[in-house]
Ligand binder design. Sequence first.
Ligand SMILES: NC(=O)C1=CN([C@@H]2O[C@H](COP(=O)(O)OP(=O)(O)OC[C@H]3O[C@@H](n4cnc5c(N)ncnc54)[C@H](O)[C@@H]3O)[C@@H](O)[C@H]2O)[C@@H](O)CC1
Ligand SMILES: Nc1ncnc2c1ncn2[C@@H]1O[C@H](COP(=O)(O)OP(=O)(O)O)[C@@H](O)[C@H]1O
Ligand SMILES: [K+]
Length: 522
Amino acid sequence: MIRAHTVAAVREAEAPRLTAGEPLMARAAFALATRVAAELRERGHRVSGSVVLLLVGGGNNGGDALFAGTHLARRGCQVHAALLGERPPAAGLAAARAAGVRVHEVLAAPDVPGAVVALARAAGVWVDGLTGIGARGPLRAPLTAVVGALAAEKAASPDEPVVVAVDVPSGIGVDDGALPGPVLPADVTVTMGTAKPGLLLPPAAAVAGRVEVVDLGLDGDLAAAAPAVCRLAPADVADLWPVPGPADQKYTRGVLGVVAGSQAFPGAAVLAVAGAVGAGLGMVRYRGPEVPTGLVHARHPEVVAAPGRVQAWVIGSGIDPDDAARTQAMEESLAAALAARLPVALDAGGLSLVHDDGHPDLPATVVLTPHAGELATLLTARGEEVTRADVEAAPARHARLAAEITGATVLLKGAATVVAAPDGPLYAQADATPWLATAGAGDVLAGVLGALLAGYGDAIAADEEGRLTALPARLAAAAALVHGRAARRAAGQGPDGSGPGAPITAQDVAAALPGAVGALLR
Ligand SMILES: NC(=O)C1=CN([C@@H]2O[C@H](COP(=O)(O)OP(=O)(O)OC[C@H]3O[C@@H](n4cnc5c(N)ncnc54)[C@H](O)[C@@H]3O)[C@@H](O)[C@H]2O)[C@@H](O)CC1
Ligand SMILES: Nc1ncnc2c1ncn2[C@@H]1O[C@H](COP(=O)(O)OP(=O)(O)O)[C@@H](O)[C@H]1O
Ligand SMILES: [K+]
């Protein structure tokens, strides 16, 4: 699992070590130089003779860059430093000069962005040391124009140069993942001590590239500070996955009640069920009208259409809230779930059940699964005027707000999926592929989540002391990981999303689920 800590937590962890004179910057800079050298080698370049440009701001982030440049110069790189802060870090500058780094006072140039771009065009690596955790708000002039010009250069030739961000890509919202102004998208971010929330949260996570965490020896101090954002890795999901044992039978593995699909949208029923059975569980009980029931049975003859005991529910995929009969079925199932303390995935039309305060204080065992547009509608219905664009600009903040207002856990779908509970860390999963942006993919996710919730349903229902309140958020993040990985598999991409892939349907994603789960457990 990757854990990200806020700027305040990092500062608190660093403070006693800096007072004690621990050479944190030296460690950071050495690791940064090592990473730059590795990037050069991985791209088939010799380290010696390569041209590296350091973009140096006025704080310690620029200091990291300068000391790393010192190491690289000693290893034979031709290192240039563009000084872009009013007061460049003195110790780093002296060390860099002594090691033969060529220093450019570009702020004195008549055309600052032009002067930096001229240096950048000659370099194979750009090291972004403009701002780190000391940044406040969007980048200010002249950095705005410099970064804008460099970003345009990089966009024109994405393979060369390699952009390595120091700690964070300068200009992102370090704690909230916002993109308040221009940034230079990185290929790799070398982050110090621990990941930062903005490296995991959308939209900023998309400009961080691969994130490499440098061990500064802060782990012990940070272990006491709760992470602000987590990202599950496949091994974490394998640990959580309900793997049946010899003593299991279908009822102990978990039975999922599915109230999805309608005469108007019968396909959603098939897809939600396909997600659940593909993820693996004891049994699905389907509750719906004739047309979707027939379709579900045609695809999944094992599904039981009779009422009976369940351990979790999926409610709402493919249901129009104006369909009175289906809305009544949704209400009845939600009420039954709440009375029995069973977990619920509330999807699509099911979200309308919480548009008013008919259920004023949901438990965190109810997981809402909106996309950005649905979350905007939900929040607006609950008195917070927001648009889809507002949600997309700050997904984590809006997911958390919805969790606080409703009491539920909120899984917000998108290119990266964010999960927020009223308390506890956020989760940010980026395991999917843009090929997954296709109709019905969300119904499959609801089914996957339902299967996981059913596996833990009895434990959650029996949890009187509230020891498992953090579990639904973790299970939701796990569902997003498996769903995303199944999509990559279906699209013919590598587990890390490598390769161009190919078009997929929601059914393809469901069909790839057993293989994706199996690969995790291996
Ligand atoms: N504190 C430590 O001991 C360590 C810090 N390290 C590095 O130090 C960094 C933090 O250093 P600092 O606290 O000096 O802060 P930064 O270097 O992140 O930023 C401060 C500088 O950026 C300028 N600045 C702030 N907001 C700006 C904006 N919106 N537009 C333009 N300029 C802006 C400030 O005027 C100042 O010159 C970390 O990100 C990391 O890279 C590492 O060396 C590890 C150890
Ligand atoms: N650009 C993207 N990259 C990766 N995954 C995406 C992207 N866009 C959407 N997704 C994922 O695709 C799924 C779409 O679900 P949803 O919007 O509910 O569609 P539907 O309602 O048609 O089922 C979600 O899991 C979402 O996270
Ligand atoms: K930076």
